[in-house]
Write a protein that binds this ligand. Structure first.
Ligand code: HEC
Ligand code: HEC
Length: 377
């Protein structure tokens, strides 16, 4: 069986470049059958080695957080596919997470970030959001710049990378440069070494199970938001700190009726449609590297890939806004196992070597610049 899909799959790499250049336009390439779609592999991106090395050190540096206690890697752990293994993320002290920490592998190819797609410009903006949001790293960019300027290692690294003196603007460029190195490699799917079961799973994925309608292109994502009926995570309402954090976020985003609402509205915060039809839509995630990134979905409600496949086989969850393409599939237990084998074949080498992890200690004891107030910026 084939079905017609409107997708950007073929223009994917070019489109990602346009997206990261800050343009919102997304080229449409008309409809074509799933069999024709460019599913992979993920092409490595051009990276400036010195800027990326600087970004790597910053990624593992706790001084980027307000209390100098957490780094990007605290939540985006290389040993867990740059996610954190928890259903709901931890957040800055005094707040607690209401979303699952997404993997950062292949994030540089995306067109819109966060589970609700609320940042649709570029990774530089996403980086700023993670650093400055009170509930994530709670950092004032001016303070961050001063801290970094005190560290002689950074002074040299910024200069060598061609950025001149350390500035918050170049921190926001160097971190994305590092994230551009986090690309999938050597998945059995890309190497042509899939088991027979996984190959059968791929046929189901494109055909009978209908997964490729939303999960397509090299990342297996259409970069759009849909409602699959994933149930709420009750923790967000039973844990007062998580609830308070979500309410604060909701007030800031102008979510209607936030004091009474008992669900994560998802992409609705971008559109605020009065009929509420976008409530409960979340961005289609990439299906690469899932072996490392359990649990799954925007709120970690599904623990294993088997649970995910069973979820879709039942026809997703209950939601008035559920996408009509999510319906009971009637897959046999063998077919479900084939789909799981296929999903597992989309995970490649772990990105845990020195190219991706800053292995040296980052010393925090160095002589302060005496006249730093007068030193030229
Ligand atoms: C306290 C935990 C925490 C820290 C620290 C943290 N993040 Fe995140 N990050 C998250 C969570 C949770 C999300 C998803 C939030 C949402 O969807 O609303 C996220 C989302 C992202 C995304 C979007 C990914 C996607 O696929 O949409 C990027 C990129 C990112 N973080 C990069 C960084 C960088 C760079 C740093 C360090 C400057 C950082 N994060 C620090 C928890 C954290
Ligand atoms: C209508 C579009 C659509 C279809 C069809 C679809 N998905 Fe999804 N998929 C999504 C969206 C949207 C999410 C994120 C939902 C959330 O976070 O609540 C998702 C999430 C997932 C996840 C979790 C990934 C993660 O990192 O958390 C997996 C695995 C997955 N889908 C596999 C499949 C499989 C297998 C099929 C076919 C049986 C399928 N999907 C069909 C849109 C779709």
């Amino acid at each position: 069986m084939t079905f017609k899909i409107s997708t950007h799959a073929k223009g994917f790499v070019a489109a990602a470049a346009i997206a990261s250049a800050g343009l919102l336009a997304w080229p449409t390439t008309g409809s074509f059958a799933a069999d024709d779609m460019a599913f992979g592999p993920v092409k490595p991106l051009k990276v400036d080695a010195k800027k990326a090395a600087l970004g790597k050190r910053l990624f593992y540096d706790v001084r980027l957080s307000g209390d100098a206690a957490i780094s990007c890697a605290t939540c985006h752990d290389p040993n867990k596919g740059f996610s954190d293994g928890k259903p709901l993320s931890a957040l800055y002290p005094g707040s607690d997470g209401w979303r699952n920490t997404p993997s950062l592998i292949n994030t540089a190819y995306k067109a819109a970030w966060f589970h609700d797609g609320r940042v649709g410009t570029n990774l530089n903006d996403v980086t700023r959001e993670n650093i400055t949001e009170t509930y994530i790293m709670n950092m004032d960019m001016r303070l961050m710049q001063e801290r970094i300027k005190q560290d002689p290692v950074y002074v040299k690294m910024f200069k060598d990378a061609g950025y001149g003196e350390p500035s918050n603007g170049s921190v926001r460029k160097a971190l994305p440069e590092f994230m551009k190195t986090l690309t999938s490699r050597n998945a059995p799917f890309d190497k042509g070494t899939m088991s027979v079961s996984a190959q059968n799973g791929f046929e189901l994925f494109k055909g009978k199970a209908g997964c490729a309608q939303c999960h397509n292109g090299p990342l297996f994502s259409d970069d759009k938001a849909h409602n699959t009926g994933v149930p709420n995570n009750p923790e967000i309402w039973s844990n007062p700190v998580r609830h308070t954090t979500y309410v604060a976020f909701g007030l800031f985003q102008g979510i209607e009726n936030i004091m009474n609402i008992r669900r994560d509205v998802g992409a609705h915060i971008r559109t605020h449609k009065s009929d509420g039809s976008d409530i409960g839509k979340f961005m289609t995630p990439s299906l690469r590297e899932l072996k490392y990134t359990a649990p799954y979905m925007h709120n970690g409600m599904l623990a294993t890939l088997k649970d995910v496949v069973n979820f879709y086989n039942r026809g997703g969850g209950n939601d008035v806004n559920k996408d009509p393409r999510i319906k009971p599939l009637g897959l046999s237990s063998e077919e479900r196992a084939d789909l799981v084998a296929f999903l597992e074949a989309l995970s490649g080498d772990p990105l845990t070597g020195p190219d991706y992890v800053w292995k040296d200690k980052i010393p925090l004891e160095y002589p302060a610049i005496e006249n730093w107030r007068d030193a030229r910026n």
